[in-house]
Design a protein around this ligand. Structure first.
Ligand code: ADP
Length: 309
């Protein structure tokens, strides 16, 4: 009897299933590691058909997933743009990446990743990330509220909503890029303390390189015991839309010097380029372009940092 059941179970679940019997009842332990919730449910149903009356227990090793925070001391510096492109560039580099948009003040990832207006489904209250054209599934605060409704999150509420996103059905993702709300207030601190990212990338512009805001962002992570991966300088130099040449109205080298002064690594610079804005507005992250030379090197440094952990 047991061997018949074992064969029937193996036919639908392969070596994911282990069949046991205590003499009275048959039990099947099903390893669902790496399966999506839909695949897991389908396999569980097939096993129950193959072994009627058996007790089926589904297990999954919790994937060890790196949560990478992208933060800035204030809004408008290109934090969301960097988060989207870093996620796409890391995915192109071979990581399995998901994107969590925690920006309660202006969640822009659905637009940047070309899935505006989508709503995630839920299975057993677990949100299923929305697939994007760039191989990076997304869950966004913007998907949790009715379109056009005011967002009035308070700190603990925002952290609770973030939990739903971080604990979504991320399947095989090994990395979650987390687009934090801009600024360094209680909301951000609560989120960071509760979800303890593996590391943080700080985005700043050359104009801010008095760096008072970046310094506040660094303090926030240090308070929570989260290591800083490094600083990205955005809107650094101006890329001429006609010839592509980058000029530096604010001077060059300020960000590297500032990073050194703050004692954190410098990850690279992204020029102020109208093409970045128009592509972003159109839901086409520049990092997805085959000739991307801007975000790939930044992602490579982040990848090295992750690999060395
Ligand atoms: P934040 O998340 O810090 O508020 P966003 O990523 O939303 O900032 O960027 C603010 C605006 O600046 C957006 O319109 C975006 O397209 C534009 N932007 C960001 N980075 C660049 C860049 N390097 N070149 C041109 N425009 C940029």
């Amino acid at each position: 009897m047991d061997t018949q059941v074992s064969a029937a179970v193996a036919a639908v679940a392969g070596d994911r299933a282990t069949v046991r019997s205590d003499g009275e009842r048959i039990g099947v332990v099903l390893d669902a590691t790496g399966l999506t919730p839909l695949e897991r449910d389908a396999m569980e149903a097939a096993v129950k058909m193959a072994a009627p009356g058996a007790r089926v227990i589904v297990t999954a090793e919790r994937a060890t997933r790196a949560l990478l925070a992208v933060a800035s001391g204030k809004g408008g510096v290109g934090k969301s743009t960097l988060a989207a492109n870093l996620a796409v560039a890391l995915a192109r580099g071979g990581r399995r990446v998901g994107l969590v948009d925690a920006d309660i003040y202006g969640p822009s990832q659905p637009r940047l990743m070309r899935v505006e207006g989508t709503r995630p489904e839920a299975i057993e209250k677990q949100l299923i990330p929305v697939a994007t054209p760039y191989g990076v599934p997304l869950l966004s605060m913007g998907q949790l509220v009715e379109p056009g409704r005011e967002l009035a999150w308070r700190g603990p509420m925002a952290a609770g909503a973030l939990g739903q996103l971080v604990e979504g059905a991320w399947g095989a993702a090994d990395t979650l890029v987390l687009d934090l709300p801009p600024g360094t207030g209680d909301v951000q601190l609560t989120m960071v303390q509760k979800y303890r990212p593996a590391g943080a990338v700080i985005v700043s512009t050359p104009q801010d390189l008095a760096l008072i805001d970046a310094r506040r962002a660094i303090d926030l992570f240090e308070k929570a015991g989260v290591p800083i991966i490094g600083l990205v300088e955005n809107m650094a130099g101006y890329a001429c839309p006609h010839c592509g040449e980058v000029s530096d109205p604010f001077g060059r080298g300020g960000a590297e010097a500032a990073a050194a002064e703050l004692n954190i690594p410098f990850l690279g610079r992204v020029p102020l380029d109208i093409a970045i804005r128009t592509a972003s507005d159109a839901g086409e992250p520049p990092a997805a372009q085959p000739d991307d030379r801007i975000f790939a090197p930044i992602a490579a440094l982040v990848q090295d940092w992750l690999a060395a952990r």
